[in-house]
Write a protein that binds this ligand. Structure first.
Ligand code: F6R
Length: 589
């Protein structure tokens, strides 16, 4: 994620750009910056922090009619002033802002350093202005196109040059970019909400297109051939809030639909998980610590390690910090998991663990968050900003990172054979498409939610790796639908909770196609005999999921349960994005 903006016209560019950034902040908010043309120079103001704080501290001037801006969600390099965008070349002639990931930045950077370019940040982005500088021989557009063609990965880029204060150049591949058409002025943004207060007429840039935006004209061309492309002008009817949700009714639904991407992004962390596994193998005891949804990802990891004969514990932060910590020592490794990286109980657990000289690695979504700063190592999940209070896509990111970590550790210990490992990794790469198939079944899940919406109690049962799936399914429905939900290891039903089952009580049974399927079937029979309403989640279940390796089933099987919770909440007329009594980051004890 990250949000980028551009303005060219007759009004004060920095002011307009900061207004646009504010509306893009949902795409990233760890740092922000603006670059504008004034008095024959490009001035850059940027810093770590939220858009409003940065705006207060910056002297924006009133002389500029042209500029670009950026709000950042860190990927390469921690949030800091140096890593904030915009970035410039050696002579501050070209300045750019970028959203996306430049996969070949290391080799480009090395080549540029050999040619005496000076870099000021750790970002992948900074190679772009230097490449433009390298190719420049009097024609900004041609140097820009040559530079962009060198990039591999994904990008949305806006660029300005101090020699061409009448234009902004832009290009796109796999990261969104739109142009808002004004009267004697034009706007560029990552997303429609940023321009809606100014104009409702937009052009959407497609992949491998670039553009030249002037105050009275917009020209779009094909990046490969340079041919001009005639683009459709769209009239936007959404209001700003609808536009931020990209047409989804709620952020939660949008984020559930981003789950395939969350998996893909976490898969990119494989080198890091291998590196950490190499360190973990030297410790005698491994502890996972986390809160809420993240603690269920921790529990999945514990079951995964057990599958490969490696003992570990998974404990919630509020217990770990006061109890588990007493038994820690320098032979212990602690793996802390958190979307926000700001959860007080998880942070306190890590601080206590470090006092006992334990090694700590964290699995975190928000780059540069407090947890990352107190850990020895960090594995980022790169799930992108999660706005809805109830965690969904971040959970999938955590599951994937932890699965990679556990598999690598099993390999380090010689407890998994190479062929099986490769088969699982292959299957893992197919999970995003399989999630998409589950999401395509949204209509059926919505119908089921309608039928279940007035139920007063829900049971979720699962075994082994999918006991945590049951816990997560139940937590989601509690949080956003305010109904009582119990999650049990399926074999435990008969030890008490069965007494609560009566006609029509929904029992959601998570049943992957593994060696415990028959046992699960027996547990389901126990509930069926009490006339409970059974909803099977499985390959041939009521909530259908595609075939996958049972070890990966927690990643796939939670998706219909996220959708089910969402649709039960909306069927009850509730707002799933803002559940009562809850906050997104629990920074207090
Ligand atoms: C549930 C939920 C919470 C969080 C928990 C930990 O939907 O969002 O249970 O999972 O508060 O938060 P992080 O992962 O930010 O540490």
């Amino acid at each position: 994620m990250c949000g980028i903006a551009g303005y060219i016209g007759e009004r004060n560019a920095p002011e307009i750009l900061f207004d646009m950034l504010k509306r893009l902040e949902y795409r990233g908010y760890d740092s922000a910056g603006v670059a504008y043309f004034a008095h024959g120079r490009i001035l850059v103001s940027k810093d770590r922090g939220k858009v409003n704080d940065i705006r207060k501290n910056l002297n924006l001037g009133r002389e500029s009619k042209l500029g670009i801006a950026h709000t950042r969600w860190a990927t390469h390099g921690e949030p800091s002033r140096e890593n904030s965008h915009p970035h410039s070349d050696c002579n501050s002639q070209f300045t750019i802002a970028h959203n996306g990931i430049i996969e070949n930045y290391k080799e480009l950077r090395e080549g540029l350093i050999e040619r005496k370019h000076r870099f000021l940040s750790e970002t992948d982005t900074e190679v772009i202005p230097h490449l433009i500088e390298e190719f420049y021989s009097g024609n900004f557009e041609s140097a820009f196109v040559k530079a962009v063609k060198k990039l591999r990965g994904s990008f949305a880029i806006v660029a300005i040059s101090k020699s061409n204060p009448d234009m902004i150049l832009l290009a796109r591949k796999e990261s969104p970019l739109i142009i808002g058409l004004g009267d004697g002025e034009n706007f560029i943004a990552s997303d429609t909400p940023a321009v809606l207060p100014e104009t409702r007429r937009i052009i959407i840039l497609d992949d491998l297109e670039y553009g030249i935006v002037k105050k009275n004209s917009v020209t779009i061309k094909d990046l490969e051939t340079g041919d001009e492309i005639k683009k459709e002008i769209r009239e936007i009817e959404w209001d700003i809030e609808e536009a931020e949700k990209e047409g989804y009714e709620h952020f939660m639904l949008k984020e559930i639909f981003e789950e395939p991407n969350a998996v893909r992004n976490a898969l990119n962390g494989i080198n890091k998980t291998e590196e950490i596994a190499g360190k973990l193998k030297n410790f005698n005891r491994i502890y996972f610590v986390a809160c809420g949804t993240a603690s269920y990802a921790a529990l999945v990891a514990k079951y995964l390690l057990e599958r490969f004969g490696i003992p570990s514990e998974a404990i919630v932060g509020s217990e770990f910090r006061y109890s588990t910590v007493n038994s820690l020592g320098s032979d212990c490794a602690v793996i802390a998991i958190s979307q926000s990286g700001e959860t007080a109980d998880t942070i306190a657990s890590v601080k206590e663990a470090r006092k006992k000289l334990a090694y700590v690695t964290s699995v975190v979504n928000v780059v540069g968050s407090s947890l990352t700063r107190i850990s020895d190592d960090v594995i980022y999940t790169y799930s992108g900003p999660e706005i809805a209070v109830a965690s969904t896509k971040a959970y999938l990111g955590q599951l994937v990172s932890l699965t990679l970590l556990c598999l690598s550790l099993a390999r380090e210990k010689g407890n998994i054979n190479e062929q099986y490992m490769n088969e699982i990794l292959d299957d893992l790469h197919k999970i995003p498409d399989k999630i998409r198939q589950v999401l395509d079944n949204e209509g059926e899940i919505k119908k089921l939610a309608e039928k279940l919406k007035d139920k007063k109690i829900f049971f979720y049962i699962g075994r082994r790796l999918n006991y945590p799936t049951a816990l997560e399914g139940a937590l989601k429905i509690k949080e956003i639908s305010y109904v009582h939900a119990e999650a049990y290891p399926a074999g435990e039903l008969k030890h008490g909770p069965l007494a609560l089952l009566e006609e029509g009580v929904p029992v959601i049974a998570i049943s992957p196609n593994d060696d415990l399927k028959e046992k699960m079937e027996s547990n389901v029979q126990e509930a069926r005999a009490r006339n409970a309403t059974i909803i099977m989640v499985g390959e041939d279940g009521d909530l259908r999921v595609p075939v996958c390796d049972p070890l990966l089933s927690p990643i796939l099987y939670i998706v219909p349960l996220h959708l089910l919770a969402y649709y039960i909440s909306t069927a009850k007329g509730l707002d799933p994005d803002k559940p009562r009594n809850l906050a997104k980051s629990v920074t207090v004890e």
